[in-house]
Design a protein around this ligand. Structure first.
Ligand code: FAD
Length: 479
């Protein structure tokens, strides 16, 4: 290790305490490998400050030594954004205080290292919800959610993380602290700075705290599972429910027949929801803060009309919270069980909602023609136009031979997305895995603006270098 680096670690240990500057390889291991095990990184140390001032100190010292900083929350990201290839990992895990809950202002102020579930629980104590909900909510941290502009299952009703952020506190690349922790619903005093940092994946600043929106807790909630003849029929149902149920429509998730089959084959406790077999399924949730509203009756009426018109083939509506949970279990098990069927090539994409069925049909056909036997598992947040267009390997193919075709399938799927004016990253971000794809598909003027912002806010390129947008210098390989 060069002398300047050991000097830096000494300075950091003197301020933070030696136990918060981790250099032991075994203790660092969990910070160097990401969720999907696609990337393994390397770092000088994992540094764990406990306050915003300590974060600012670490950033100032790293800026002086020109050492890169990779911020990390729960390390559940799916695009390799939190994996270091040089410099230090700055873990936000010790900044985990709920600073204030203000039910009257419907706002909560939390530090970046709060686990998402902790934020949800703090909201629930004042009879509210913080609606961001992901399968990783027990381990991802709110700073990571903001840095990736996470989506999840409630976007249809409440929006992405970006829509839930009222204010931020951020440590800039030179170590200054920007205090933008305002809980205002309206503030037109110039540029919207907080939105620069939402979704910036650690490349523009280090988020240390946030003011977030709360909402009234739903007191009535009903879940239904519906079978349809095609993705187009599912889209027809979505459109009619949006008109009849309005804001009460909280989630509209899509599963193809293959997805339900593998969930029923592998997920413990999964029970077939409908007697017959259908090509396309939708999981629908409606909710309201009004406990007296007969949501079930409303949903029954809407689904009845859809059945009469031939839009849907069958439906079941849950009659208890346990049944609600059992239907959600089918959707939530899907990510885990996919791996049990072999290798998966994954695409997290979005298109305009009106085109989502056309996209599923066109991309499935193109992939099936490119590799006969490939099993398309295109599922997800249909109501947001966001499909996890995943491909499962043919049953008789070598896993590694299949995964070697990732780049080829990127081209097929992303070209179709691009032609439909969609996005090659709907909710997971860009990180490392999609950096080069972004350079291929993003409007060149937009890319140029992104580089301009990066250079203005981080002229030394020390904040998560090589991620999202390539600026200059040595870059780690994207997948
Ligand atoms: P990390 O993985 O630690 O970091 C992610 C990125 O943010 C990195 O680039 C990192 O450098 C940066 N970063 C982290 N903290 C900060 C900070 N304080 N300041 C600046 N930059 C920071 N995502 C969805 O959008 N929707 C889903 O439905 C969804 N479901 C998932 C289900 C599972 C089972 C898993 C494992 C992941 C899922 N994800 C989903 C992906 C992931 O959970 C989200 O991207 C989450 O927001 C990441 O939070 P994290 O704290 O783990 O961030």
């Amino acid at each position: 290790m060069p002398e300047t680096h050991s000097d830096l670690l000494g300075v950091l240990a003197a301020r933070l305490g030696a136990k918060h500057v981790i250099v032991d390889p075994a203790a660092m291991e969990g910070y160097l490998v990401e969720e999907r095990k696609l990337y393994r990184g390397a770092a000088l140390a994992v540094v764990r400050p406990g306050t915003t001032e300590e974060v600012a100190f670490v950033v100032r010292e790293c800026a002086k030594a020109q050492v890169a900083i990779v911020p990390q929350g729960g390390n559940t990201g799916l695009v390799g954004g939190g994996v270091p290839h040089t410099g230090i990992v700055l873990s936000l895990a010790r900044l985990d205080r709920v600073r204030e809950v203000n039910a009257f202002n419907a706002a909560i102020t939390v530090e970046a290292g709060c686990i998402l579930k902790t934020v949800q629980d703090a909201a629930s104590e004042v009879d509210c919800i913080f609606p961001l909900s992901l399968a990783s909510e027990g381990s991802c941290r709110i700073g990571g959610n903001i840095a990736t502009n996470a989506g999840g299952v409630n976007v249809l009703r409440y929006g992405n993380t970006r829509d839930l952020v009222l204010g931020l506190e951020v440590v800039l690349a030179d170590g200054r602290i920007w205090n933008g922790l305002k809980g205002l619903r309206k503030d037109n005093t110039g540029y919207d700075l907080k939105n620069l940092f939402v979704g910036s994946e650690g490349t523009l600043g280090i988020i240390t705290a946030a003011v977030l929106k709360l909402f009234p807790r739903p007191k009535a909630q009903v879940v239904a599972f519906v079978g349809c003849a095609s993705p187009h029929a599912a889209l027809g149902l979505f459109e009619s429910l949006r008109r009849t149920m309005g804001d009460e429509l909280t989630a509209f998730e899509y599963l193809p027949r293959f997805a339900l089959e593998i969930v029923l084959r592998h997920a413990s406790g999964a029970v077939r929801p409908l007697a017959g077999d259908h090509l396309a399924y939708a999981l629908i949730e409606v909710s309201s803060p009004d406990p007296d509203l007969d949501l079930r009756e409303q949903l029954e009426r809407s689904l009845g009309a859809a059945f009469e018109s031939g839009t849907i083939e069958d439906a079941t509506i849950a009659t208890s919270e346990a049944q609600n949970a059992a239907l959600w279990h089918l959707r939530e098990s899907l990510s885990d069980v996919q791996g049990l069927e072999g290798g998966s090539i994954k695409h997290d994409v979005s298109v305009p909602v009106s085109d989502v069925a056309d996209f599923i049909v066109a991309a499935s056909k193109a992939c099936e023609e490119a590799l006969p036997g490939v099993r398309v598992c295109a599922f997800g947040h249909f109501g947001d136009g966001n499909i996890h267009f995943n491909l499962t390997q043919p049953v008789d193919m070598e896993r590694s031979l299949f995964l070697a075709q990732w780049e080829r399938f990127n081209r097929i799927v992303h070209d179709i997305v691009h032609a439909m004016n969609g996005s090659i990253s709907a909710e997971h971000g860009v990180g490392l895995i999609k950096r080069d794809e972004l350079a291929r598909y993003k409007d060149p003027v937009a890319l140029d603006l992104m580089r301009t912002l990066k250079q203005a806010l981080d002229p030394q390129n020390i904040l998560n270098p090589g991620k999202v947008v390539a600026v200059t210098g040595d870059l780690p390989p994207a997948l």
